[in-house]
Design a protein around this ligand. Structure first.
Ligand code: NAP
Length: 461
């Protein structure tokens, strides 16, 4: 192979491109980490600091000058200082005129100030071009090189050229700039690192609440009731039996809750005769956390599988099997195989296995690395069609398993229905309404509405 081919040449670093000097105000944690990374990427760095004494923490190839002297040496100045100290910049307004100021600051609370820090900086120094960037990257990640999770750098600013200059630096550092538009986006970018799993709050609280409710429901019916009326101590049910009842119930209900908002949305659109009116806030929020609800449901379903697989290892299971065999031996009578029972048990297991398989498939396709590789139609096919199929299979699994108890009076201890009856309410309601919605007389107007048709155009105002 010809070593001088253009391909080989393209891989060689371009050393002829001399980088422009970058000035960093502030020699704190972030200023030092960013300066270090910039020097590694070939940028001469000059620090503007209150103290021009060189400390051994500062990257050794960097210069440390007063703020005014340092600012004169560069066209881009990174302000690695907390917002509350920005006032010290006002006397430097003349030196900073026309320069690009990069605001990297974060706050301690969401929407802490009426305006974003970047907008505040732009108000203080109207002659400078303010760009917001780097605030979602941590000093630790910059220094340790573990930038994989925060490779994306949100950038926004009103001056297109200034924004471009900052995005070039971002790229040169091996990061990916994401243009978020004008400085108006700065508030959102500043709030971003302060959020704590915003989409997970509702699904987690709902799951915790429902799990606690079903757990105590089972404790009352399976342990306390049995102890009072049958004098049997089944307190050990707390470890495996009850969790293995609660997990499938939670998985089924949460899976149904993934599809319930879509049903509500369809009913609302049909009622209003338009898709151009916003859904109520609660429905919007519910729709946005469907993926999280589905993933928690998958976690419960997986636990149910593990609990079920360990059942034969339990002392209680061996005792019950042994008891059955001994009672047949004592009576000198072998019980014939109950074919109905055999069919029921094999069917519910088969339905459960197929349902779980689809459940896992739904979970896998919701991973960004997978969902980015399928088109919208394929994604919808898996999440909607196969999702409903998973719901049908899991509902049928529960119906076949618990169906025999629904009519038996022993299922209503203290007049309370069995947990499996409760678990079927939401999934059955979702499936019945969905079945109605796919009738052509309902589906046709709904499809038209979703394509932009309006029954009463006044709603689109
Ligand atoms: P830091 O370690 O406290 O450093 C702040 C620097 O600001 C100080 O070292 C000091 O530099 C300068 N300073 C302090 N008081 C000043 C004053 N009254 N007047 C002028 N300058 C003053 O803070 P940091 O962690 O580097 O954070 C700096 C900025 O980066 C903050 O706005 C923060 O929100 C943002 N940020 C930090 C991280 C992070 O991981 N640390 C991540 C993203 C964004 P001199 O002594 O050199 O003057």
């Amino acid at each position: 192979m010809n070593k001088n081919s253009s391909n080989t040449m393209a891989l060689a670093p371009n050393t002829s491109n001399k980088r422009e000097t970058v000035c960093i105000f502030g020699t704190g944690d972030f200023g030092r980490a960013l300066g270090h990374k910039m020097i590694q990427s070939g940028y001469p760095v000059v620090y503007g600091s209150r103290s021009t004494q060189i400390s051994n923490l500062i990257p050794k190839d960097a210069e440390v000058l007063s703020h005014a002297e340092a600012a004169q040496k560069a066209a881009i100045i990174i302000i690695a200082i907390q917002r509350q100290h920005y006032n010290f910049l006002t006397p430097l307004a003349e030196v900073l005129r026309g320069k690009v100021l990069v605001d990297i600051s974060n706050n301690l609370k969401l929407n802490q100030y009426p305006e974003s820090n970047a907008e505040y900086l732009a108000q203080l120094l109207p002659g400078s071009k303010v760009v917001k960037a780097f605030n979602t990257v941590s000093a630790w990640a910059l220094q340790s090189g573990t930038l994989d999770a925060s490779r994306q750098v949100f950038v926004c600013g009103d001056d297109v050229e200034a924004k471009q200059m900052v995005m070039n630096i971002v790229r040169a550092l091996g990061l990916t700039p994401l243009d978020k538009g004008s400085l108006l986006a700065a508030q959102e970018i500043e709030n971003y690192p302060l959020q704590l799993f915003p989409m997970w709050k509702f699904p987690i609280f709902l799951s915790l609440g429902l799990t606690a409710f079903f757990f105590f429901y089972c404790v009352v019916l399976d342990i306390i009731y049995t102890y009072i009326y049958e004098k049997n101590n089944f307190s050990f049910f707390i470890a495996i039996t009850i969790p293995n009842r609660v997990c499938p119930v939670m998985a089924l209900i949460l899976l149904a809750l993934v599809y319930l908002p879509g049903i509500f949305a369809a009913i609302i659109q049909l009622y209003r005769g338009t898709k151009y009116r916003r859904f109520p806030d609660w429905l919007d929020k519910w729709m946005l956390c469907r993926k999280q609800l589905g993933l928690i449901a998958l976690a419960f379903a997986s636990l149910h599988v593990v609990f079920t697989l360990v059942t034969p290892l339990r002392a209680f299971a061996s005792w019950r099997t042994g008891k059955g065999i001994i009672s047949q031996a004592l009576n000198n009578k072998t019980e014939p195989l109950d074919h109905t029972n055999a069919w029921l048990s094999d069917s519910y297991l088969a339905l459960g296995i197929l349902g779980f398989f689809l459940f896992v498939l739904l979970g896998i396709t919701s991973l960004p690395s997978v969902s980015n590789n399928v088109n919208w139609r394929e994604f919808r096919f898996v999440q909607s069609k196969l999702g409903y199929l998973a719901l049908i299979l899991c509902t049928a699994h529960t119906l076949v398993y618990g169906g025999k108890w629904f009519l038996s009076p022993s299922a209503y201890k203290w007049y309370l229905p069995n947990i499996y009856i409760l678990s079927l309410i939401v999934p059955c309601a979702v499936l019945v309404v969905k079945f109605v919605l796919i009738f052509p007389c309902v589906d046709k107007p709904l499809t038209q509405i979703r394509q932009g048709w309006e029954r009463n155009p006044k709603y689109s105002e």
